[in-house]
Write a protein that binds this ligand. Sequence first.
Ligand code: ZN
Length: 62
Amino acid sequence: MYLPEQACRLCRRLVAGNLCPACRSNDLTRSWKGILVVFDTSSEMAKEAGLSSPGKYAVKVR
Ligand SMILES: [Zn+2]
């Protein structure tokens, strides 16, 4: 399985390139832990984490 190396500090989305596709930020970090996969943004899990679009997110970002 392919794992992105970096996570966006603003929205915690895991990013494959050097720019977050969601918020256009290049404030990325390699210091992240855990993967949260969101399929359904209306789920309780996504709401609690404050995630508004499907995708892969880091559980913790430093
Ligand atoms: Zn972002």
